[in-house]
Write a protein that binds this ligand. Structure first.
Ligand code: SF4
Length: 229
């Protein structure tokens, strides 16, 4: 959009607070470019308390309690209770975007790639430049690399680089987390120990079906010892 001289008034980003450190460095680098080229900074939206507060300490109200036995905390997110995406990303973005659409008749440019076009919504205020220009996810990544944005090598290690603590990621990705980001792996072990102590063996305290982080640690350590990792 900068190269094509298109207007950019605001760039929004929702920070869950659990991104890889390399991703925060990438965003700072992107912010520098945006400021250099257009004189604006990225507007970062954050939930006032954040992921761990919602997971462990959020007081669950009466209306929600039918789904939750404990009075505090949503527990680990899962396929059927993905509270984090809604509360920490989409809700914040849409609230702000809807305000801008209403008050300033703004257009919302969304970075959905050509090969994910099925995710586009039919809203006259939405634009999907990558879809319009036929740029796939792989091509978009290559364009970033060509411009000197390498995400600190994250995409050379991981298939997806969203929250490092996500229980919905593949076991193979968690094995890589243990190898390449041992400090984050240790934080994940702490979070899961706390979740199991607070919520017990039910879905809220269950990191993955059939797997706690401690059991994954044992499995990965065993595989490593036996030369299978
Ligand atoms: S990446 Fe996982 S943990 Fe992060 S917001 Fe999405 S579902 Fe939640």
């Amino acid at each position: 959009m900068i190269e094509r001289d298109m207007p950019i008034d605001i760039v929004l980003s929702a920070d869950v607070g659990m991104e890889f450190p390399e991703m925060y460095e990438h965003l700072a680098k992107l912010d520098d470019l945006l400021y250099r080229e257009r004189g604006i900074h990225i507007t970062t939206l954050r939930h006032p308390q954040g992921f761990e507060w919602l997971m462990f300490d959020h007081p669950v109200n009466r209306a929600e309690r039918w789904k939750h036995i404990p009075p505090y905390g949503y527990g680990w997110p899962g396929m059927k209770k993905r509270w984090c995406t809604g509360m920490l990303k989409t809700h914040l973005i849409f609230k702000e975007v809807n305000r801008l659409k209403r008050e300033r008749n703004a257009l919302h440019y969304i970075g959905i790639a050509y090969d994910e076009a099925h995710r586009c919504k039919n809203d006259p205020h939405n634009r999907y430049p990558l879809v319009e220009w036929g740029i796939t996810e792989a091509q978009a990544l290559q364009i970033c690399y060509d411009q000197g944005f390498d995400f600190g090598g994250l995409y050379e290690i991981y298939h997806r680089a969203s929250c490092w603590c996500c229980p919905l990621q593949r076991i193979d990705e968690l094995r890589k987390l243990r190898t390449h980001h041992p400090e984050l792996w240790e934080r994940l072990r702490d979070m899961d120990n706390r979740a199991r102590a607070q919520f017990g063996p039910g879905p809220l305290g269950q990191f993955k079906q059939n797997w706690s982080v401690e059991r994954l640690e044992e499995r990965f350590a065993r595989d490593e010892k036996e030369g299978r990792a």
